[in-house]
Design a protein around this ligand. Structure first.
Ligand code: NAP
Length: 416
């Protein structure tokens, strides 16, 4: 007999809380980690991911460490069980236990309900959307030298035109705002305009940049690039660039250099242990990552640019189906598959669990469990190198061996 699902997570007595003190995460040996299976293909990819993660932890630490999983709910499944899109208990569990992981959730099209993903990010103030993009040898991709791309995108998650401040054309609100702009600010716009607001703050920019530079330091990355359209939008995107440089100079002067300093003081040769901080205009950056991918490392960018560039980069290395992601705030993080619920494949044990598996690897890295994180990547690399793959990769490869979602997970474990 299985337990009746409850909104309140059921936490086994052996689990311990992850703590956060003085800006540091403290992870016990038996951390309680809430998970949301997700809708559509969510349960299939979650089962494979949980098996792979538990096996990696067991193999790395031989029973000294173990994750205490606890289920929480959101999306379709939550509606079905509790008639609530995201129960308050779900937010509370992520707040309290600090590290969580989720499968994809259905986003209803049209009015009514807001995207559960956006709501989770904004309510929990998970202000950085972090996407590592690198090539896994063997994955079919459209470029000649995919191995040259190895970047981590830090996309601002709470501001920009995604802040949700929009007024429909013809409504009293849009008319009121248009009249204010014309009369008070000498900025007339066409009468039949819809209006969206693009806020970008110093606070929002600087906390993102701080996180990205710290990541670069901890992961031996060589550069941090601010990507913006400051040539056109001077007081939002241009300010984003200026505020980003300000953080580097004020808080990380001992480890960062600007391009100007690099050339003036070091003739273009970056000293060991230093991180180059540079900026690129967004449109030029889309060319740069195709033409000179090896020159980029950590990318920091506002919300909209980040949305576009994350997917474009993932496509470049053939990784859309296996690209991992995380939404990270201060001492709190939610790891997630980057693709959707692919409803037509629900319950078929067919799809590629790679995105959620690699997100679990990011989660272990975030927890400081590097050995287990490395095992997951090793297992995945070997499995793909052996051409043991799910349908999405099999249809693009020659002589590949087609496996189910669960079998792909099992192969990763065997190959660790
Ligand atoms: P989608 O679920 O990502 O699926 C689009 C196509 O991508 C699938 O039909 C499949 O391609 C391929 N695909 C996706 N995941 C795959 C996997 N794990 N393995 C192999 N192939 C995979 O996008 P959608 O159909 O536009 O969206 C469906 C629902 O998901 C919507 O409600 C949407 O809002 C939601 N969504 C949620 C998230 C999230 O939770 N983070 C993100 C995006 C979308 P083929 O048909 O070619 O096999």
């Amino acid at each position: 007999m299985t337990d009746k699902p409850t909104k309140q997570p059921k936490v086994p007595s052996w689990g311990e809380r992850v703590k956060y003190r003085s800006g540091q995460l403290h992870v016990p040996d038996r951390p309680i980690i809430p998970f949301i299976e997700g809708d559509g293909i969510g349960p299939d990819i979650w089962r494979a991911t949980r098996m792979v993660t538990d096996a990696a932890v067991e193999r790395a630490y031989g029973g000294e460490r173990r994750i205490c999983w606890t289920q929480i709910y959101a999306g379709d499944r939550s509606i079905e069980l509790f008639d609530e899109w995201i129960p308050e208990e779900t937010f509370e569990a992520i707040r309290e236990f600090r590290v969580a992981i989720k499968g994809p959730l259905t986003t209803p099209v049209g009015g009514g309900r807001r995207s559960a993903n956006v709501t989770l990010r904004q309510t929990l103030d998970l202000y950085a959307c972090v996407r590592p993009v690198f090539w896994v040898p063997g994955v079919p991709c459209p470029v000649k030298e995919p191995r040259k791309l190895d970047v981590v995108v830090f996309r601002e998650n709470t501001e920009d035109v995604y802040a949700g401040i929009e007024f429909e054309a013809g409504t009293p609100e849009a008319e009121k705002l248009a009249s204010f702009l014309a009369t008070e600010l000498d900025s007339p716009i066409r009468e039949d305009s819809g209006i969206g607001i693009k806020p970008i703050s110093r606070f929002g920019t600087q906390r993102l940049m701080r996180m990205a530079i710290r990541y670069a330091i901890e992961h031996d990355r060589r550069s941090v690039t601010l990507v913006h359209k400051g040539n056109i939008m001077k007081f939002t995107e241009g300010a984003f660039r200026d505020w980003g440089y300000e953080v580097a100079a004020a808080e990380f002067a001992d480890v960062t250099l600007s391009e100007q300093e690099l050339w003036n003081r070091f003739e273009g040769c970056l000293p060991e242990g230093c991180i180059l901080v540079k900026d690129r205009i967004a449109d030029a950056m889309f060319q740069q990552v195709l033409l000179r991918p090896a020159e980029y490392d950590v990318i920091v960018t506002p919300n909209l640019n980040g949305d576009y560039i994350s997917d474009a980069l993932a496509a470049q290395v053939g990784g859309i189906g296996i690209a991992p992601g995380a939404n990270i705030g201060d001492g709190r993080a939610l790891f997630e598959a980057t693709h959707g619920t692919a409803p037509k494949y629900t319950g078929m044990d067919k799809v590629n669990p790679g995105s959620l598996v690699l997100s679990a690897r990011m989660m272990l890295d975030y927890m400081g469990w590097d050995e287990a994180a490395d095992l997951i990547l090793t297992g995945l690399r070997h499995t793909i190198a052996q051409k043991t793959v799910t349908y999405d990769l099999e249809r693009q490869m020659e002589d590949a061996y087609l496996v189910k979602c669960s079998e792909f997970g099992e192969a990763i474990v065997e190959n660790m």
